[in-house]
Design a binder for this molecule. Structure first.
Ligand code: ATP
Ligand code: MG
Length: 275
């Protein structure tokens, strides 16, 4: 996946997102080369353009200027709606239908149970699905309300994995999943690729908010204000990019604080103290 001088501004007059007529430049002249078959983390403060860049590489939007290519092909030459066959997006907000687990994963695509279970395994969802009263045949309820947020996210991830995408974009897709499970998902994605031996591995682009997730990536892209500030390994960026270093240090601090609060609650629970 490559972008060359790609820029995108939201039409604020249409969305009414901001006052005044100045278009919000969300992605500014971004030139990137994302290594095929690897895992690349997209890191940056809120509003830095991560989701916009994710939308560009999946052709949910077209750049105002510049080019986005997948396998050397300008995405604008791919029919709109053709990109879902090569690329899949899993976002934070997932949509499940009032259907079975199986139906929510296949969405009408032909698949054997074995293939569905493989996708569930990669998404770290096989355990809880196997424990449901009717396994794959269990209905998830309207909008999947019978599942937890983290379980819904993993079903949505299995849906994407089943499609064997060439490019898988995870935009905060595992925010409700335990950090250790998130790591297992990413490790599984890089090991098994997308499961079939004769096809190239899935390229994973993950918008990452946890230090542990970032360190699993082969490559990190650091964005600020719509621009790529630095691109390299986590260690390289940590050493040479102060904006990056302070952001990921803040993520690590937040994670440690959350873990301490949870441990405290566990301790109080163990003592039988009401919280
Ligand atoms: N639909 C929209 N209309 C107008 N401006 C938008 C729209 N979506 C995003 N923006 C603006 O574009 C810029 C980039 O937003 P984007 O959602 O890509 O950031 P992000 O890095 O994904 O942030 P976050 O970490 O909060 O998800 C921001 O300034 C944002 O306010
Ligand atoms: Mg975003």
């Amino acid at each position: 996946m490559q972008t060359e001088q790609a820029s995108y501004a939201y039409d604020v007059s249409r969305t009414g997102h901001a006052d005044g007529a100045v278009p919000a430049m969300a992605v500014r002249s971004v030139t990137l080369d994302v290594v095929a078959g690897g895992t690349t983390a997209l890191v940056g403060p809120t509003g830095s353009g991560k989701s916009t860049l994710a939308s560009l590489v999946l052709r949910l939007i077209d750049p105002d200027s510049g080019v986005v290519r997948l396998d050397g092909v300008d995405l604008r030459e791919v029919a709109r709606g053709g990109v879902p066959e090569v690329g899949s997006l899993v976002a934070q907000q997932t949509f499940l239908f009032d259907d079975t687990v199986r139906g929510n994963i296949t969405l009408g695509v032909e698949a054997t149970d074995e293939e569905v279970w493989h996708a569930l395994r990669v998404a770290q969802a096989d355990g809880f699905v196997a424990a449901l009263p009717s396994g794959l045949g269990t209905r998830v309820g309207e909008r999947g309300t019978s599942l937890s947020g983290g379980q819904r996210q993993r079903v949505a991830l299995a849906r994407a994995v089943l499609r064997n995408p060439q490019l898988l974009v995870l935009d905060d897709a595992t925010s409700a999943v335990d950090p250790s499970v998130e790591q297992a998902i990413l490790a599984g994605l890089r090991e098994s690729g997308h499961g079939l031996d004769d096809t190239p591995r899935t390229t994973v682009l993950v918008v990452a908010y946890r230090m542990a997730t970032i360190t699993l990536a082969d490559d990190v892209i650091y964005l600020e204000n719509g621009r790529v500030v630095d691109h390299g390994t986590h260690e390289q960026l940590l050493a040479r990019c102060t904006g990056y270093a302070s952001l990921v240090t803040a993520y690590a601090r937040e994670a440690a604080e959350r873990a301490a609060v949870l441990a405290d609650e566990d301790r109080l629970d163990a003592q039988g103290v009401d919280s």
